[in-house]
Design a binder for this molecule. Structure first.
Ligand SMILES: Cc1ncc(COP(=O)(O)O)c(C=O)c1O
Length: 462
């Protein structure tokens, strides 16, 4: 075991000194400065070094023990026990997996520490009950109120009776489609859509009719034609920062889509996974047509994927009872523990700080993309964190993805998103998994170099 001559940075701190030391410890663990197994200086040594009372250091170490940051070993000292998550990429090569659409990793140790502190604080506010109980399928009233507060900038004030806490957007979609559509029925979705929606539809034996898109997203006239042809009950769509094409529907298109949906008695399932990212969002479909829209707002892309929490708002005049029943049947409920974490983060402003950090990081990463990849091939939005890369004529998507894979870079070809054949020659790059700007740039350089090559010249066939 290693002993550190660690010294906490507490100069800026206000409040009790022992808490400042425990906070500094949390920050240094979150930043990787202190890692698992490091032995902290003996309490008396640290007290002498800082010129403070021994009991203050003693209280600080006790506080850190309470937060699960350190453990005392009899006769051996105090050791760091908190593990920093493994990096998503290879530190050696700088090559990363761009196949997952993760929110970009932000480099803010204080914010990371605040997120973990928020989790630790649930122990004192909720006690063992939070770990040892089930709860209502739709979430506690406090969790639902936090959801309503989180959504207020986009949906205005909503009655929490219309809001349900679901086990992630994926869990919400399974419950929703199961409750709203019967096997054999047809729903509409953008021609390229979120693969998780296609998986749910396949699982439930529901057909998906793909609606043509252009660079601005779903084409209203194509939706109208699909309504006449298939008489669907549901339109599923992602109007903001669409996955995979990054398109955001204009207000005019949204209004037109709402009016077509009303005319043909179609319910809308608005997947707003990326809806919190734009600083000036276009009005949500659920704000334009609250009477016919189910709004699914997952926290995965704008706060943290591991929470597995999504807020679902049902149309005005309906209750969450039917959807809560479907959640109960499919997943039981959202995790009480992570729902409470989300609530705490929303109530204490941590969720908004994380969102701000993701927004800043997304912009910086998109700026790197525009420096490295040819603009004419890139469809992207500065506020999103994925890129839709349209391949030049000399490449087909499967060869291109295979060549990148052999260079250690994962991307997703259009096939994964295609509700309707044929899929275009394009791939999606997720910018979030790269642990640093340098590793993102290194990976994009590989992509750019490959784009410039002729595919026949890039592989040897004998
Ligand atoms: C449009 C869309 N909806 C939902 C999800 C998944 O959300 P969750 O992780 O909450 O299930 C994703 C993830 O990529 C997505 O792009």
């Amino acid at each position: 075991m290693t002993t550190t001559n660690w010294s906490p940075s507490i100069s800026k701190a206000g409040g009790p000194l022992y808490l400042a030391i425990a906070d500094a410890l949390a920050t240094d663990i979150a930043s990787g400065r202190l890692t698992d197994g490091f032995r902290l200086p003996p309490q008396r040594t640290l007290a002498d070094q800082l010129g403070i009372d021994f009991t203050t250091v003693s209280r600080a170490y006790a506080e850190a023990r309470k937060r699960g940051l350190v453990e005392g070993r009899v006769g051996q000292g105090t050791y760091v026990t908190a593990r920093r998550p493994a990096s998503a990429g290879s530190a050696v090569t700088g090559i990363i997996d761009m196949s997952m659409n993760l929110p970009p990793r932000f480099d803010d140790p204080d914010l990371a520490a605040a997120m973990w502190d928020g989790i630790a604080q649930l122990q004192s506010s909720h006690g063992l009950d939070l770990l040892m109980r089930y709860q209502e399928a739709g979430g506690t009233s406090r969790d639902r109120a936090a959801g309503a507060a989180w959504l207020a900038p986009r949906l205005g004030e909503i009655d929490t009776g219309r809001l349900l806490v679901a086990p992630g957007a994926q869990g919400a979609l399974l419950a929703l489609l199961g409750a709203l559509a019967a096997p054999g029925e047809t729903i509409c979705a953008e021609a390229l859509t979120y693969p998780g929606l296609l998986a749910v539809a396949q699982h439930l034996r529901i057909h998906v009719a793909g609606i043509a898109m252009d660079a601005q997203g779903l084409i209203p006239e194509a939706f109208e034609e699909a309504c006449r042809k298939h008489a669907p009950k549901i339109l599923y769509c992602t109007p903001t920062l669409h996955n995979p094409t990054t398109a955001t529907l204009s207000l005019a298109r949204r209004e037109r889509i709402v009016s077509i949906a009303r005319q043909h008695n179609v319910l809308i399932v608005e997947d707003d996974a990326y809806g919190a990212l734009p600083a000036k969002p276009v009005a949500a479909l659920a704000a334009l047509a609250p009477d016919i829209t189910y709004h699914v707002a997952g926290l995965a892309k704008c706060v943290a994927p591991a929470l597995r929490v999504a807020y679902v708002v049902v149309p005005q005049g309906r209750t969450v009872a039917h959807l809560a029943g479907a959640v109960r049947a499919t997943a039981g409920m959202a995790s009480p523990l992570t729902s409470a974490v989300a609530t705490h983060w929303v109530e204490n402003g941590i969720a908004h700080s994380v969102l701000a950090a993701i927004r800043t990081e997304a912009k910086q990463r998109q700026a790197i993309v525009s420096k490295i990849l040819p603009a004419k091939l890139v469809q992207a939005d500065p506020e999103g964190f994925h890129v839709w890369l349209k391949l030049p004529g000399h490449w087909n998507r499967s060869d291109f993805a295979a060549r990148l894979r052999s260079a250690g870079i994962g991307v997703v070809t259009s096939d994964a998103f295609a509700a309707t054949e044929p899929a275009p020659e394009a791939v999606r790059l997720g910018l979030g998994a790269a642990p640093s700007h340098a590793s993102l740039a290194a990976s994009l350089e590989v992509v750019a170099a490959l784009l410039a090559q002729q595919s026949a010249m890039s592989s040897m066939v004998v």
